[in-house]
Design a protein around this ligand. Structure first.
Ligand code: IPE
Ligand code: IPE
Ligand code: MG
Length: 231
């Protein structure tokens, strides 16, 4: 980093963890091998962000559209993510991480759903970094869900604040920086409402190869941005 740029740590980083399949393909491995290494990268990234003093980290782990993948890949991902989060609980306790699951977790098999919800409950009152994991998450679904909740309250007119209060992410500030790995330049239904004024950072690195050095590059790029919010 150039000596003149001071590193500005974003309060909230959101990451689209993409490229596991291509990482594996390049090595002639099955896609699930990429997801396995991707899980390690996720754990390391949580550690790095917590060490850097980031207040909120949101990761996109599984989208509403990802349900349309091959059954074998979906099952492998369900098992890997659920068991991975359960296995990582003691470390999250040690790091005082507060966990929040964003998405339609009810679509998960009951055994996974229960395991995930109980880890979330046990970590809900921690006071360190807030880790939001988007599972079975879609930005459009989140908005539809919010509006339906308001309709059930009998509302006929709503405000932006009403919507915000009913998003999965209620109470979490908007992301300052959205990172996407693997050389794709799209949002893929991630945090559509919340990212209205986020800064974007794209890298060609596949998610399993995204290490602390790459994270710092993203933060360095963010540090040089001038945010104007329309003013
Ligand atoms: C990201 O990697 C993980 C999930 C979407 C679950 P991909 O599985 O999308 O990998 P690519 O994009 O096919 O390389
Ligand atoms: C976005 O990646 C979802 C996650 C990283 C969980 P995808 O690989 O599913 O998105 P597309 O299909 O390339 O847009
Ligand atoms: Mg992908």
């Amino acid at each position: 980093m150039s000596e003149t740029t001071e590193l500005k740590i974003p309060r909230h980083i959101a990451i689209i963890m993409d490229g596991n399949g291509r990482w594996a393909k390049k090595r002639l491995l099955p896609r699930t091998a990429g997801h396995k290494v991707g899980l390690d990268t996720f754990v390391n990234t949580v550690d790095s962000c917590s060490d850097l003093g980031i207040e909120y980290l949101t990761v996109y782990a599984f989208s509403t559209e990802n349900w349309n993948r091959a059954t074998e890949e979906v099952s492998a991902l369900m098992e890997l993510m659920s068991k991975g989060i359960v296995k990582y609980e003691p470390e999250m306790v040690r790091k005082n991480i507060r966990l929040k699951l964003l998405g339609d977790i009810d679509r998960f098999e009951p055994k996974y759903r229960q395991a995930l919800r109980s880890v979330e409950e046990r970590l809900a009152n921690n006071t360190g970094m807030t880790l939001c994991i988007c599972l079975s998450y879609g930005g459009r679904q989140e908005l539809v869900n919010a509006v339906n909740r308001l309709l059930k309250e009998g509302r006929t007119e709503i405000t932006a604040e009403d919507i915000e209060r009913n998003l999965y992410s209620a109470g979490v500030p908007d992301p300052d920086l959205v990172v996407r790995t693997s050389g794709e330049y799209r949002i893929s239904n991630f945090l559509l409402w919340q990212s209205a004024y986020s800064e974007y950072y794209f890298t060609d690195v596949f998610w399993p190869d995204f290490d602390k050095k790459e994270l710092l590059k993203a933060i360095e790029s963010f540090s040089k941005r001038e945010r104007r919010f329309g003013r």
